[in-house]
Design a protein around this ligand. Sequence first.
Ligand code: ZN
Length: 199
Amino acid sequence: MLSDVRLSLPRWVADEVGDPEKRYVTSIDRMRLAVRLAERNVAEETGGPFGACIFESETGILVGAGVNVVVAESCSVAHAEAMSIMIAQQSRQAFDLGARGSPRMDLVTSAQPCAQCFGMIWWSGVSGLVIGARREDVEALTGFREGPLPRDWAARLENRAPLAPVRVERDCLRDQACEVLRRYREAGGALYHPGSARG
Ligand SMILES: [Zn+2]
C-alpha cells in the first residue's frame, strides 16, 4: 500500500507563470493569468479547462498556481483550485493561509468552484475569492456538473462568524473564461466525472 501522495502540474506551467517577482495588482491582472492557465491546459491537452491562482491580497505576489490535472494524475480531487491551494500551503508551509501575522491571500479561479472546492476554500484560510465563469456557464458550455453547492454559497463564505469572511467577486473576465470552456468542448475534451472512465 502507498503511504504518500504526490501531485504534479504540467511542466509548461512554470514557463507560463514566468517571473516570480511579478506583481499582479488588480483582479483583472490576476484573472488574466488564471484564464491563461486554463487556456493553455486545453491547448496542451494536459487536463480540463480550468486554471486558478493564489495571490497575496495586498502585494499581488503569486503564491501558488494550478490547473486541472484529474486525468493525468489519477486523482478526482486535483481540480485547479485544489492544486493552487495545496501548492500555496506547501510553499508557505502553512495549513492556514489566513494565519495571524501572515499576509492575506486571495484565490482567483477561472470558473466558479464546484462542491468540493467550495469546501476546500472554506478550510484553506483564503480571505478572498475571485471568479471568472459562472457555474451555469460551466454546466452549459462543457457538460460538467458542479455538485450540490449550497444555494447561498457566496453569502455563506462572506458571513461565517466566528471564522473570518471570504470576500467573493464574480464575473471577472467572464467572457474570456467562457471562451476557454467553449474551446474545450469544441476540441472534444473529456468529461471525467464519476462513471465516465473505463476500468
Ligand atoms: Zn472543483
